[in-house]
Design a protein around this ligand. Sequence first.
Ligand code: PGD
Length: 795
Amino acid sequence: MDAKSPRNVTHSSHWGAFSARVVDEKLLRVLPFPGDPDPSPLLRNFEGDGNSRARVLQPSIRRGWLEGRERGTAHRELRGRDSYVAVSWDEALSLLAHELRRVYDLQGADAIFGGSYGWASAGRFHHAQSQLHRFLNLAGGYTRSINTYSQGASSVVFPHILGVTVTDLLQQSSDWRSIEQHTKLFVAFGGVPLKNASVCAGGTGQHQVGGHLRAAQGAGARFVLVSPQRRDLPDWLDVDWMAIEPGTDTALMLALAYVLDAEDLADQAFLRRYCVGVEDWLAYIRGVVDGVAKTPDWAGPITGIAPDRITVLARHMARQRTFLTTSWSVQRSWYGEQPIWASVALAALIGQIGLPGGGVGHGYGMTSSTGQPFVAKMPTLAQGMNPIDKFIPVARIADMLLDPGGTFEYNGNTLRYPDIRLVYWCGGNPFHHHQDLHRLRRAFARPETIVVHEPYWTTTARHADIVLPATTTLERNDIGCSGNARHMFAMQRALPAAGAARSDYEIFAALAQRLGFSREFTEGRDEMAWLEQLYESWRAVLPVEQGAVPPFAVFWKQGVIELQPKHIEPQVFLAEFRRDPEKNPLRTPSGRIEITSDTVRRFGYNDCPGYAAWREPPEWRGSKLAQDYPLVLIANNPATRLHSQLDAGPFSAASKVSGREPMCIHPDDANLRGIAAGDVVRAFNARGSLLAGAVISDTLKRGVVQLSTGAWLDLQLLEEANERSGKPGGVRTCVHGNPNVLTADCGTSRLAQGCVGQISLVQVELFKGRAPAQHAWEAPPLSGNVSDSNNAVGS
Ligand code: PGD
């Protein structure tokens, strides 16, 4: 077909399937998949040319590294503000192959950090982490990371309480049909925010969470929202909003448990048959352990919720079919293990775990997947074996780089940080996702070499020594699906690669050739041959209930196939266990729900004892620090993009206020500070400072401000910082509004070491200086000019 004639190309993304209307090799429009009842507005971010300014178009080497590394300096401190030299693919790959060999030979494989956390793009073959891990495993191995920024605490605590991993949980969760049919009271700690249900890893053809909420309400369910933000459930839903103090959900749950216990409403038969350790927990709740009974009167001043509302809610919970769910955000904070544990223990007292419409869940609305019936395992690229057994919990990256050889606690073990010399990142943006970004900058000044594959000049790319231009999802072929979604999409190449960009696969294939394991890495296949192999080996082991699934050629031509959910009947979490706990014990040491875990108790962690307990977080409204920083900042996931992806796209860009990320502030807090809608405000604490655009809203609790993650970092020295907070010589301020300059970099507890990015204490003031424009979406200074012939694929 003539490249100029318009064509529609089937494709998919983490935020939904679509067809790309392409004219003259340019993307004109994105049209949502017609089968999607509620397509995500995030699709618009693919359109326009806002993102193209920041494309990495050529392999680029940081000048300080290029000029200094022979002399052993490499000017690591310049990372993040250095200029780059464009080089040919041949030169870049030779430099990198040499560097990898040097580090493997001199320092060993555990000196290479290949954790490379990040969402990258949908697509089973071009999954950036899988490509990197397959490559590094063949090269000799690497230090890896475990767990996620999403569910850092819950992924470690659930196996102790219920014997399930978070992956099991996603597959086994009670599905929305069972909730619609049976739930009378739906209590959502942290809500079911539709902005998050817009996305799921791998994408979906059907966004259905809004429809399920509507159906449940239509069938008579009542919703209680426990959150500092009303927007955590849709405004069209009739909701009883308990505007809780951020970080205090555990205290509320303990008080609810207190009422159930005190008023003899706990289901004793359930507790006896299915649980262990309830008496120890109740002794703590009654105040036998620490002299403090966890009554509603105790919880009222902590949570900001009136004691009588707590009492009434507990009674309602016991008297009707009640479903409790916690968001991922409530555990992304200090002692994040506790609200998860408390929610399960509370549901156990209610006694409805394993019954349709009752019991407990986690992560409803956090992606579109939770509560959708499991369909099938996905085609997966084999990563091989890593001969190195060193790992860190993912959010401990800065600790590792700053403290080689240092020890840390994790889930009952004392471990040691390796001495990392080379960091290899592919498909993630730590200068978006990590906390305390000034500290991360210091950590990123440590390794000898940092390598990043990126389509865009993100802040992470700007901290790398070797930056290799990666294609975007639209520039390659792939297969899009996720385990809890019914459709599988052919993700067909829509656009030619920008500049000299190559897919991660092509980059690793060329590197593997230089390092002598090309055959093992590629197995002799090109992109299309890999897609066919992945699809056909997946199709060969599909369960019979999937019926006839067409061969690859037919699938590719059709662009989409529809699969069947594994269970026809509504799925109920732990129903088998409830039916017969002897025959279907949980995978906990006792085989029962561990309201108290002897295993965790034996670890001896005071920040995570053997049952759910209230610990005052270092940063909350009640802490001493609140005298200086009286507002609680919620730094949650954005509504206008996935994390930091396509921040310059039209939907995300249009949401900026005065050229910056919008910060929501309650009218009373705004009035107190003389802030009006649209003003540029400065938020700061001892860790950092940022500018944002004010949005005045009473949809959040007084004393709370909200700023989404994902605005690309743009640190500028502001000489004109306000007198009250100004420092001599100015303050390095993110003028775009990336909240992770303000968040704390420490673990949830010694158990899980998850990230605590959700909540921090800050002060906010009207910015009185001349606010500079943000330049985060532009490429850094680049010298050198490389002819296209140098860049041919395969060099
Ligand atoms: P993304 O913006 O998705 O963020 O952090 P994550 O690092 O996943 O980054 C993906 C990067 O991959 C982008 O820069 C994109 O351009 C690049 N990319 C896309 N496709 C490809 C590809 O094919 N190849 C290559 N090489 N690159 C590609 C997300 C993380 O942030 C998560 S999951 C959560 S839940 C956390 N949430 C919070 C929070 O609530 N609060 C705070 N304060 N901080 C958080 N950080 C965490």
